[in-house]
Design a protein around this ligand. Sequence first.
Ligand code: FAD
Length: 477
Amino acid sequence: MADRYDYDVVVVGGGSAGYAAGRTAAAQGARTAVVEGGKEMAGLCILRGCMPSKAFLESAHRWHEIRRAGEFGLNVQPLDVDMPAVQARKKRLIADFASYRENDLQHGKFTLVRGRATFDDAHTLSVVAGDGSTTRLTGATFIISTGSVIRCVDVPGLVETGYITSDEALNSERIPESLAVLGGGVVAVELGQFFARVGAKTTLLQRGDRLVRNYDADVSAELERAFRAEGIDVLTGTKLLKVEQAGKLKRITFEQRGHTQTLEAEEILCAMGRDPAVRGLGLEKLGVEIAKDGCLGLDDTLATNVPHIFAAGDATGRHEVVHIAIQQGEWAARNAVRLARGSTEPMEKADYRLKALVTFTDPEIAVVGLTEIEAKEQGIDYFTAQYPFADHGKSLIAGELFGFVKLIAEKTRGEIIGAEIIGPHAADLIHEQIAVMRYHGTAADVATMPHYHPTMAEIITYPAEEIAEIVKKQANL
Ligand SMILES: Cc1cc2nc3c(=O)[nH]c(=O)nc-3n(C[C@H](O)[C@H](O)[C@H](O)COP(=O)(O)OP(=O)(O)OC[C@H]3O[C@@H](n4cnc5c(N)ncnc54)[C@H](O)[C@@H]3O)c2cc1C
């Protein structure tokens, strides 16, 4: 069918998912176009997501360490946070990353088409360029990788009073005296801790009963304990009632456990999530199912209910992180090429067994595979064991006393099905468990693998030994 069309695969959106999809389809020899409508072409991760937020956090965490220098017998005199310099460093880094990505897009083995795309019909896109000109292109298959938009929240008075989102926060050169953060997800806790550490009196207001609900409750409790210890106020179980101006401050009225309370802050950071950017593409008129929450109805090959239209990345509304956006882009591209070629080869299924999520707070949080909550939901019989950093030699030396490591293993052979780490270097430490899980390793494998002493990495052997021991006893019964 592909010969009837200009391209075998047309990818809409050239961020992390779209670039991966375009590169993968083109590498298979498919005639591929990537349509990118942004003024800048580097995608959310580089421009307004991972990289700018991590550049900010690097400054905040270093500043925190400098202020702790006395604990380590070092006499230093912390001076000040130079926020314009923090911002300037971030801008320099982002400009470099963005230029690499633009170069990759411009010199990919696919055709890059600049402009905003909308569907005319099931196989035709209109692409309107910045100068107003329109190009029409046809495709045998499509991959929607248009990313996400900041979720609008309906709180009386919020829009009139004014607030910032992660976009403005990451472009800011000012530290507010006080900051109220609405939300308790990854972006809320990362940026909340950033502003708290550089000097803003920060309060997090979370609707649910705990922060970071993608992790288990004991992880949330530990993060809340760490935040409170450094002076960040965490208010959970809140219902926002209204927002209004109160002199130079913004006043938030909310309910918590049946009591109406108010909080005043110089600035409000609204970080209540993102929604898939799939409205306005004309998908509805093609009969593509979009659920009430804005997520596309996808099967496990990443196809929508209109079989030649696939999706990848934040646009799917599932697992909004970069490495999964890239994997989804690759899976969708290989499936789109199969379909365009009329291949009888079976379609590739998305596999989230090794899904990982990291939160770059201090303590850092990382998970791979299943949390305990997910294991329970799936009816899996599991063992779990955990060990605190506060009882581990290398972390005591490093003065890192918050957090723990936790392993989750299925009961028959003790295969690791999930790992959660909250504590120092969690983002890096989790990769050992990603490798173990990839090869279906067991707790006994982890316990008997050599780990250098004294390192942060060796802490994982303690819960692994505990589970391996239980599995051994069980086998001998
Ligand atoms: C503050 C913040 C911090 C984050 N930190 C991390 C982190 O540390 N680690 C992590 O893994 N993830 C992080 N994320 C999430 C991560 O950035 C996203 O999951 C990822 O960038 C999504 O990639 P994508 O390709 O799906 O979307 P995007 O990168 O948003 O790409 C979508 C592209 O589609 C284009 N587009 C949209 N509509 C059209 C159209 N109609 N026509 C043509 N083009 C169109 C857009 O211009 C855009 O370039 C963070 C997000 C935020 C907001």
